[in-house]
Design a protein around this ligand. Structure first.
Ligand code: GAL
Length: 413
């Protein structure tokens, strides 16, 4: 008697489409060893919640190529669900009204209280949460191979720009590459962040590169910054052109080079290579910028979706990003500090602990400034115009005097 009913039930169940698995398509530029390892922590956490991760990597340090890819996708009416973004880029997309509002989740999880104000400036637009910050990176760091330095007779941390140049010259004379560098505009701009802060101090940096004050930009300090960039140019190897930043990190890791001037994503490469701070590598603030932090924060912005399932998956991703345990695990691997002020530093190595402490102190002392090179000082159009001047100067196409004049014009782009 029951048999036909059961058969019918099974038959109708089989006819139903399987419930669609929630998924997120994540566009990012994290393709180096350290970056990919960090991203895998997020991917793993999300997949544990049953959300499928569709990876959309767009290689290219600093994210310029990724941002071009995003523009193409949006123009084609097919925006990715989640995108890694930096500072002013987030604000630019928010202005166009295409980013999803995360206010409900932010209120439920108290993001207002746990995310530092300097980050919220970029995560919110018109008072609404439109991005979830995953880290705080900073650009004014130097990474060094301890053994190479010892062989070259560099025994103390250089505390001033001149001491740094003297140390790098020693490394060069000892037969190593002094400064491992990749000749790409964003990498030169990253060095420029540190040199500008070291030469003019935090007030000059703010005036010139955040407020775009013409007097500060045209000042003798900027001339000196460019002259110092030329000093650094003499300490890189002849094959620097076009080299990727992680290849440059590899030169320090393998003992071919002494130093790399790079943001703390470089530490992700050291961690992946199982190198230990204090033993194999040394990390210090760009000489002359002690007490100051030029920061950038990677955030994930979600493009508005019509499909409720996709929105649900987006919020799961945002919630996974903001989870304190994840913020610790991810940033330990990535080389950055957590984007929440309530994450303990216990799991971090010495450089990571220093990063967390430096950010907290700089924030208290008002010496935490947005990185020009990484999209946290000026909008992308001006940033790119600055890149162009800095790179042409670094490659000897214009002298320091001309570079200053051009920088002033670039600020009006
Ligand atoms: C930065 C980004 C970092 C790192 C780096 C090199 O802009 O904030 O997370 O990925 O580029 O790609």
């Amino acid at each position: 008697m029951n048999k036909p009913i059961v058969t019918l039930a099974i038959a109708s169940a089989m006819a139903l489409p399987a419930a669609a698995q929630q998924n997120v398509e994540v566009l990012h530029w994290w393709t180096s060893g350290g970056e990919a390892a960090a991203l895998n922590v997020l991917k793993g956490n999300l997949e544990k919640q049953g959300v499928k991760w569709n990876d959309m990597p767009v290689a290219g340090g600093g994210g310029e190529a990724a941002m071009t890819a995003v523009r193409a996708r949006v123009t084609a009416g097919n925006p990715p669900t989640a995108v890694q973004m930096l500072g002013f880029d987030i604000q630019d997309w928010a202005k166009q009204g295409v980013l999803a509002d995360m206010n409900d989740l932010a209120a439920k999880e108290n993001w207002d209280k746990t995310v530092p104000a300097a980050l919220q400036k970029f995560s919110k637009f018109g008072g609404n949460w439109i991005a979830a910050p995953v880290n705080i990176h900073s650009t004014n760091w130097i990474w060094a191979n301890k053994k190479v330095l010892a062989k070259a007779g560099v025994t103390a941390e250089p505390k001033t720009f001149d001491e740094f140049i003297a140390a790098a010259e020693k490394v060069q004379k000892a037969g190593f590459v002094a400064i491992a560098h990749g000749g790409q505009p964003w990498q030169e701009a990253t060095i420029f962040d540190g040199v500008a802060l070291s030469t003019g101090g935090v007030d000059y940096y703010r005036k010139a590169f955040i407020e775009l004050d013409a007097k500060a930009l045209a000042s003798p300090t900027t001339l000196k910054v460019f002259d110092r960039m030329s000093q650094i140019r003499k300490l890189v190897d002849k094959d620097f052109s076009g080299r990727d930043w992680n290849v440059a990190s590899g030169m320090v890791i393998s003992g071919k080079a002494g130093f790399q001037i790079m943001g703390d994503w470089a530490k992700g490469e050291f961690v992946t290579a199982k190198k230990v701070p204090g033993k194999d590598l040394l990390c210090y603030r760009f000489p002359g910028t002690q007490g100051v932090v030029s920061f950038n924060t990677d955030q994930f912005a979600m493009f508005k979706q019509k499909d409720a399932d996709k929105t649900g998956a987006q919020m799961k991703l945002a919630s996974a990003i903001m989870e304190p345990g994840f913020q610790s695990a991810f940033n330990v691997v990535k080389g950055s500090a957590p984007a929440r002020s309530d994450v303990p530093d216990t799991a971090f190595d010495d450089c990571g602990k220093k990063a967390i402490k430096d950010v907290a102190e700089a924030s208290k002392n008002n010496t935490l400034v947005g990185s020009m090179a990484h999209g946290h000082a000026v909008p992308a159009s001006i940033k790119n115009a600055f890149y162009d001047v800095i790179t042409r100067h670094f490659n000897g196409q214009i002298d320091s005097k001309k570079a200053v004049t051009e920088l002033v014009s670039a600020s009006k782009t």
